[in-house]
Design a protein. Structure first.
Length: 199
């Protein structure tokens, strides 16, 4: 996976699974980004009460969708939700370095060590290390960091990896065979590892 610069955009761009699935379906019909943007707005496909966040969310989803080839678009659009959510996580990791590093350095390492409890200290240590290593992360306010901690954990929960938010219990995901084969064939070993798959 290629690394991009650290960004705090996840505070306004959470999991967005429902929205991403809608856009994947539109993309598979051959519509371009502008047509998709217009259709979302005119038909209120995201079902937002107001347009306040709509443009930002559309932009975020389109950016994520661009990282997926046709096979992954089909998985996101057509597979059962449990499987499609894994593809959504992949797209987030491809476009957000903080999410990528959190999954690799915290969740993947937990699975590798057989430590299936995500503790508050794990998340705090991750952010403390990033603040030391990255100048732009060090400039983020405590409020931004607190929000990012919540968003990261929520994404892991919504994907199904964080099975219990109170106890922090993690679970390995059993992947659809097509999906597992696809990522294996693509050499995405790191991604399979963060889902708890032995590779």
């Amino acid at each position: 996976m290629t690394k991009v610069k650290y960004s705090s955009t996840l505070t306004g761009e959470p999991f967005l699974f429902y929205e991403s699935r809608q856009v994947a379906r539109l993309k598979l019909t051959g519509r371009n980004d502008q047509q998709i943007r217009e259709e979302i707005k005119t038909q209120n496909l995201f079902q937002y009460a107001t347009e306040k966040k709509l443009n930002d969310r559309i932009t975020a989803v389109l950016r994520r969708i661009k990282t997926l080839d046709e096979t992954l678009l089909r998985f996101l659009a057509e597979k059962p939700s449990e499987t499609a959510k894994v593809i959504n996580l992949y797209a987030i990791m491809k476009t957000n370095r903080l999410m990528l590093d959190f999954m690799v350095e915290v969740i993947g390492d937990k699975f590798e060590q057989g430590d299936l409890i995500l503790e508050k200290k794990d998340v705090n240590e991750f952010f403390a290390a990033k603040r030391e290593q990255q100048e732009n992360v060090a400039r983020w306010s405590d409020e931004t960091v607190a929000k990012l901690k919540q968003v990261l954990k929520r994404i892991v929960f919504e994907t199904g990896i964080l099975a219990d938010r109170k106890t922090g219990r993690l679970q390995r995901l059993t992947l659809d065979r097509d999906v597992e084969k696809y990522f294996g064939d693509q050499g995405e070993v790191e991604f399979l590892r963060v889902l708890g798959n032995q590779v």
